[in-house]
Write a protein that binds this ligand. Structure first.
Ligand SMILES: Cc1cc2nc3c(=O)[nH]c(=O)nc-3n(C[C@H](O)[C@H](O)[C@H](O)COP(=O)(O)O)c2cc1C
Length: 193
């Protein structure tokens, strides 16, 4: 049978019956999302805490390590979210796929890496691409500037955000009834949607 392109869901159209099947399928889709720019989970919302306030923004899912239950996002080391994560490492990542009719809410422990081999090896690949300019601004993200297009500097401020998945809240919208399940250290269980 031909493999589906990575941007299309790999899930059998017949509804998955068991929690084990659903958990395996959602991790498989997460892995595919990091590979395909068109996958609906490729751009996710990352929510963080800023003191007593909530904050959230879109981020691109760059890598998924299924075995380690880790997701990787690239960012500017000077960004506000990095400061927030250093003070409060708890976050939530939210994704929605119309094709799957699945929402994921991942409760994550966030970690920032801005030096070391994990950063330099990825920067070595990225610096040759147009995306490198996202990490080369001479001023920190969010700085007020005179003109809308910032200049490009020569020093990079590239960092990784590693999201360690602690628990998953899965919600499926379906004409025959919504289903919801939790996957965490207590195991897998059905929830009232
Ligand atoms: C589609 C899309 C994808 C984005 N991906 C990233 C990303 O992967 N990393 C990132 O730092 N910012 C990304 N951004 C920009 C963030 O949403 C945000 O505007 C910026 O990082 C500043 O956020 P902060 O002030 O909370 O740090 C993306 C924005 C959009 C619209």
């Amino acid at each position: 049978m031909p493999r589906r392109p990575p941007s299309r869901p790999d899930v059998d159209p017949a509804r998955l019956d068991t929690l084990t099947q659903i958990e395996a399928a959602l991790w498989r889709e997460l892995g595919r999302a990091a590979q395909a720019s068109e996958h609906p989970w490729r751009v996710a919302v990352l929510a963080t805490r800023d003191g007593e306030r909530a904050d959230a923004r879109s981020v691109v899912l760059r890598e998924v390590e299924v075995g380690k239950r880790r997701l990787v996002v690239y960012t500017d080391a000077r960004s506000t979210k990095v400061r927030q994560i250093e003070a409060h490492p708890e976050g939530v990542i939210v994704m929605w796929s119309q094709a799957l009719s699945w929402q994921l809410r991942l409760a994550v422990r966030l970690e920032v890496a801005s030096s070391g081999l994990s950063v330099s090896s990825r920067w070595a690949r990225l610096k040759m691409t147009p995306a490198a300019q996202d990490y080369l601004s001479p001023l920190p993200p969010g700085s007020t500037i005179e003109h809308p297009l910032p200049e490009r500097g020569s020093r990079e401020f590239f960092a990784l955000i590693v999201a360690h998945v602690q628990s998953i809240d899965w919600l499926e919208l379906h004409a025959e009834g919504q289903r919801r399940a939790a996957f965490d250290a207590r195991g897998a269980r059905w929830l009232v949607p």
